[in-house]
Every structure is written in structure tokens, then in C-alpha cells.
Design a protein around this ligand. Structure first.
Ligand code: GZL
Length: 317
């Protein structure tokens, strides 16, 4: 074996997994801080980068796609080694992803997907957002058990993959339950403030006494809506059932207090798997599957939500 090859082989053999990412520069285009979950994802991503010795360049887009595209072009111009992108909406990414491809900079999607050819990104690390909607819908079908139930729905950011998928999944789960009807559905943009405002309009239009359940595409909108339900003189979690997705600490607290009923957990640690994938790629060119799926778990009042709240708060949520 030639000396050069021998040295390369021994270098690869001797370098522990995780070390290949050290000293690399990764650009992260984050959507913003619209929800507690998003803030936790940012915290965890920065922690994961620090642990691996990765130089993370962080760009907050304030929920604007044009800011994300600008950030990606900046990362490309700087010649970063890789890009993490949490795409605020599913469309409009082809040209900037082609620019990254031309610059031979791998792009990994975090927590949301894009409608673009999958050769334009290395992989997508996300949950199964259709399944999350199905879990929420099935919980409601089982809970109302045949009783007539008018549901109001707070959708996530219009055009985002989780909003599209969580709506589809929920509708699939209730399709055979003729007793359950979605009577109002509108975006609350994944934020508490908008969740409250839109829920106020639902309550005004329908009357609290005519609403059986709220399905929110994330906990932050549900937490905002809970405030609106209380201000309307109804009891959230009792008069109006509340089911959402993310399992952020404040939602566990709401369930512990009986003000909400169920949530589907979404891990904020999408970056850990992404950095492991990049490490393996930099070690020997290993390429991942096009989708790396994270777990989804239902939490209800049967769980020790106070203890889970305490644990998650300790994790830097
Ligand atoms: C879902 C993620 C969503 C969270 C929201 O994968 O993109 O974005 O559910 C966040 O809290 O705004």
C-alpha cells in the first residue's frame, strides 16, 4: 500500500466519529423565534454545534423567506462547509438551492420540507407531520366517542409543510367520524398572539357553547387560544377540548392544570442528527437517506405533565 494511502487510511481509522465536523463552518438559516419550540430548536442547535467544535453562523430570518434566501447567498459567498435550513414555506427555494449545489455546499433541511427536487438538498431531518395530525385527530375521535363535536382549527404558517401536512393528517383521522366537523379553520401563524386573536374571532362567530374542541397546529397557538377561551367565560380543557402539537413545557403545564388535553411531541433536536450526518459525510463521503424521521409521541392528562414540564424547563426550553 502506497505511503499516502496508508496515511489516509490510518487517519480515517484513528479519527473518532464526530471529530470530522470539528472546525468546520456551518451556516444555519433559522425561521425566527415564532414559538417556544422554535426557540428551543435554536438553543439546541447552538449547543450541538459547540459540543462538536463546529463554527456555527446563525441567521434569524424574522419569518421572512427573502431573509432566508439572502442568508443562504451570504453563506455560499463565505464558502461555508455546509448549510442548515429550516424553510419557512415549502416553495420558492429551487434557485438558491441550485446555487448551493453549484458551490458544492451540502444543504440539510431541518423540521420542515421544501417542494423542490430532492437532489438539491442532502437530506431533510423532520418529524412525520402528516402523522402528527393523524395522532391529534385520532385522540379527538376516541375522546368524543361518537358525540357530535364542532372543531375549530388554528393552522400554522400558510404554505409551510407542517401546516399543510398537519391539516391533511387531522382530516384523514376524522374522515370516518361523521359526528366530528371542522367548522372554522384559519392560520394563527404558529404564534401565541395570533392564536389568541383568531380564537377570539372563532368564539365570537360560533359562540363558546357551540365549540366542542380546538385543534391547533402547534402548542403556542393553543396556549394563546386558551387565554381567549377563558376571557370568553368558558373552561378550556373542559367546555372546549384542546389538542395541539410540539409538547412544549407550557403545554404540559396547561394539561397539568386541566386547561388543555393532549399534545404530540416534536423534538427540538433536529441538528444533532444533521451534524452526525455531516460528520459521516466528511469522514468518508457517506450519504444519508433523503429523509431522516424524528419520533412523535402523544401526551395526555394520563402523563405526569408537571414532572415533564420541570424536566423540559431544565433542558433549556
Ligand atoms: C414543525 C415546526 C413548527 C413547530 C412550530 O416541524 O416547523 O414550526 O410545530 C414552529 O412550533 O413554528
Amino acid at each position: 500500500m502506497k505511503l499516502k494511502t496508508a496515511l489516509l487510511v490510518s487517519a480515517v481509522a484513528l479519527t473518532p466519529l464526530g471529530a470530522w465536523a470539528a472546525d468546520k463552518t456551518v451556516g444555519f438559516s433559522q425561521i425566527g423565534s415564532e414559538s417556544g419550540w422554535r426557540a428551543a430548536e435554536t438553543t439546541v442547535t447552538k449547543e450541538q454545534a459547540t459540543e462538536r467544535g463546529i463554527n456555527l453562523k446563525f441567521a434569524d430570518a424574522q419569518q421572512k423567506q427573502e431573509n432566508q434566501i439572502k442568508a443562504l447567498r451570504g453563506f455560499i459567498a463565505q464558502g461555508v462547509d455546509a448549510i442548515l435550513l429550516a424553510p419557512v414555506v415549502a416553495t420558492g427555494w429551487d434557485s438558491v438551492l441550485e446555487e448551493a449545489q453549484d458551490a458544492e455546499i451540502p444543504v440539510i433541511l431541518l423540521d420542515r420540507k421544501v417542494d423542490a427536487p430532492d437532489d438539491l438538498y442532502m437530506t431533510a431531518v423532520t418529524s412525520d407531520t402528516v402523522y402528527e395530525g393523524e395522532v391529534a385527530g385520532k385522540w379527538l375521535v376516541d375522546t368524543v366517542a361518537g358525540k357530535d363535536c364542532s372543531v375549530v382549527e388554528l393552522q400554522g404558517t400558510t404554505g409551510s409543510s407542517p401546516a399543510i401536512d398537519r391539516k391533511a393528517g387531522f382530516e384523514k383521522a376524522i374522515a370516518d367520524a361523521s359526528n366530528i366537523k371542522i367548522v372554522r379553520s384559519q392560520t394563527g401563524d404558529f404564534t401565541r398572539a395570533q392564536g389568541k386573536v383568531v380564537m377570539e374571532s372563532f368564539l365570537k362567530a360560533e359562540g363558546a357553547e357551540n365549540i366542542c374542541a380546538l385543534y391547533a397546529h402547534n402548542d403556542d397557538m393553543a396556549v394563546g387560544a386558551i387565554q381567549a377561551i377563558k376571557e370568553a367565560g368558558a373552561e378550556p380543557g373542559k367546555d372546549i377540548l384542546v389538542v395541539a402539537i410540539d409538547a412544549v413545557p407550557d403545554m404540559h403545564l396547561a394539561i397539568a392544570k386541566g386547561e388543555a388535553n393532549a399534545t404530540v411531541e416534536l423534538t427540538p433536536n433536529m441538528a444533532g442528527p444533521a451534524f452526525d450526518i455531516l460528520d459521516a459525510f466528511w469522514a468518508d463521503g457517506t450519504l444519508p437517506e433523503k429523509w431522516v424521521q424524528t419520533e412523535s409521541k402523544l401526551f395526555t392528562a394520563e402523563d405526569d405533565n408537571q414532572a415533564i414540564y420541570d424536566m423540559k424547563k431544565g433542558l433549556g426550553y
